[in-house]
Design a protein around this ligand. Structure first.
Ligand code: OGA
Ligand code: ZN
Length: 400
């Protein structure tokens, strides 16, 4: 049933644009409103979910799109008494027991039914890789990524999917890494500075600042939350050696899950304390090398070998914990998993620091200069940027 009381499309509790599409059939089912679209998709919206997300009567404020009242201020027995389509188009719902009427954008309801509320909705799936599948990092044009959202999107999608992706041809000036970082989001500072320079230093406070090789590692495993992203921008590389290495920790963990379940159990359940070594700071965190979520999915690798300290476990477990870390590292170093590429001046590599084991070969500091500039961001930044790029893409399609 339609009537003409509302000529406007109602605001939604967000800043996204939604296609109206086909309109749903609506009915009331106890404390739910059931919406069914002509293609068969249907969704039961709980009365309190709808009420706490309505903008028209001010529950969600129209400028900030944030909620103005708490859930306990609605009667627990809230339910729809009348649901109909009205012009706008809009879905108009009258609520008991207070008799308030609210309007909803049918495009927003459709998007919710399709799962647009889910954090993963606009995020590509993560694909583990070995070197047979990934001989070279996925590579994109640096200057385009700075200017053009399509290249930025393609680069970030690849970085999320495979855990790493490279830009080439960037300017080599100091601060370029920050410009690129700010295309993604907020740069995260650390005890190594807002930006850090990776080069040989006279009084190094990290092995990274020597000419030594670095085995595959995650950075800052000493902290509760390791930086989710890391970028390394090569400003100069005239030294012999020093090729960059990358292994997919998720792929290594999955291989061990299949090939050696006892080692997998040790990696995922036994904790190690990681500590930094410094005169002024003492970061330390105890956690497993491979972190699983509640569904048993691998979500994080924590493995700075040169900062792994104490086995935080019973003496009985220690032998199998050491065996498991040895196996993990052997895999990370193997031709099967280790992707090796020299960094050229103007290259920038972005990687998921909680997934990839990054490292480098040793280099000869007498033969030339090797200088990188880096910074960290959290995973939230790439995820937010990917969602905004997807949102903007949809808005462009709708307005064209
Ligand atoms: C680091 C690091 C890699 C490189 O600074 O943590 O891993 O290629 N550097 O020098
Ligand atoms: Zn590192």
């Amino acid at each position: 049933m339609r009537d003409d009381t509302s000529p406007m499309r109602p605001l939604t509790p967000d800043f996204a644009s939604y296609a109206v599409g086909d309109l749903p059939m609506l009915s009331i089912d106890r404390s739910f409103v059931l919406a069914t679209w002509p293609d068969g998709l249907s969704h039961r919206f709980h009365a309190l979910f709808l009420r706490e997300n309505e903008v028209t009567s001010g529950i969600v404020e129209g400028v900030t799109r944030e909620r103005t009242i708490e859930i306990d201020q609605f009667p627990a027995e809230t339910r729809a008494t009348d649901v109909r389509l009205t012009d706008g188009p809009a879905v108009r719902i009258t609520w008991a027991p207070d008799g308030v009427t609210s309007l909803f954008d049918p495009g927003w309801l459709r998007a919710m039914a399709e799962g647009a509320w889910h954090p993963d909705y606009d995020i590509p799936g993560q694909q583990p890789w070995d070197t047979a599948a990934m001989p070279e990092p996925p590579t994109f044009d640096g200057p385009s990524a700075l200017e053009d959202d399509e290249t930025l999107d393609a680069w970030l999608r690849a970085a999320w999917t495979y855990g790493f992706a490279r830009l080439r041809g960037l300017p080599v000036d100091s601060g370029t890494v920050q410009r690129v970082g700010e295309r993604i989001g907020t740069v995260r500072s650390s005890n190594f500075g807002f930006l850090f320079s990776v080069e040989t230093k006279p009084d190094p406070d990290s092995t990274a600042y020597t000419a030594a090789g670095l085995d595959g590692h995650t950075d800052l495993a000493t902290r509760e939350t390791q930086p989710g992203l890391q970028m390394l921008h090569c400003q100069e590389n005239s030294a012999t050696g020093g090729a960059s290495t990358m292994a997919d920790g998720f792929a290594v963990a999955e291989a061990i899950r299949t090939e050696d379940p006892d080692a997998f159990d040790a990696l995922t359940t036994l904790n190690w304390v990681f500590t930094n070594r410094h005169t002024d700071t003492d970061y330390r965190f105890s956690g497993p090398i491979v972190e699983l979520n509640r569904d048993g999915q691998v979500v994080e690798i924590r493995n700075t070998g040169f900062l792994r300290f104490f086995p935080d476990m019973s003496a009985e477990d220690t032998p199998r914990a050491y065996r498991a870390v040895q196996l993990f590292n052997t895999h990370c170093r193997s031709d099967r998993f280790l992707c090796r590429t020299p960094l050229r001046a103007g290259d920038l590599i972005l990687f998921d620091n909680r997934r990839m084991l990054h490292g480098r070969d040793s280099f000869d500091p007498q033969s030339g200069t090797r200088r990188l500039q880096g910074c960290y961001l959290d995973r939230d930044e790439i995820l937010s940027r990917l969602r905004i790029l997807a949102r903007n893409r949809r808005a462009k399609v709708l307005s064209s």
